[in-house]
Design a binder for this molecule. Structure first.
Ligand code: ZN
Length: 137
């Protein structure tokens, strides 16, 4: 997929601040970081979302994510690390080449990744049943 910016980074057609690379994966700094050191980890093969990723590439990408997370912890002495992965526009996906965000977090950095809201009466049972039904397909 030649128009994909991440495929171009893999091919070296677009420069990146590369952090890690192996035969199947690559990591580089996000150019619009949530916090300094915010990194992305991608499989070199092009897959639009997590629903498309080959399982071997997925395993290798999460292992590379751990390597990058450890390096961020050591290099930045961050207090925490968020691993985020967005799929489709409604979830904030901007680049349709599967990628995992590795975000260093610091006490008091003010970022709020999510806020949970308790289920209304019976709603958890309903959604639980729907998801289990989908898994049986
Ligand atoms: Zn791509």
């Amino acid at each position: 997929m030649t128009s994909c910016i991440f495929c171009k980074i893999v091919k070296g057609e677009i420069p990146s601040a590369k952090l890690y690379e192996d035969d199947s994966t690559m990591s580089f700094l996000d150019i619009n970081p949530i916090n300094p050191g915010h990194a992305l980890v991608i499989p070199k093969n092009h897959y639009p979302t997590i629903l498309d990723v080959d399982e071997e590439d997925l395993k290798k990408t999460i292992i590379a994510t751990k390597i990058v997370a450890k390096a961020l912890k050591d290099a930045l002495s961050c207090d925490g690390i968020n691993i985020l992965q967005n799929n489709f526009e409604a979830a904030g996906q901007l680049i349709y080449h599967f990628h995992i965000h590795v975000i260093p977090r610091f006490e008091g950095d003010g970022l709020k990744v999510w806020s949970g809201v308790p289920y209304k009466e019976g709603a958890m049972e309903d959604i639980h049943g729907k998801i289990l039904s989908a898994m049986r397909k």
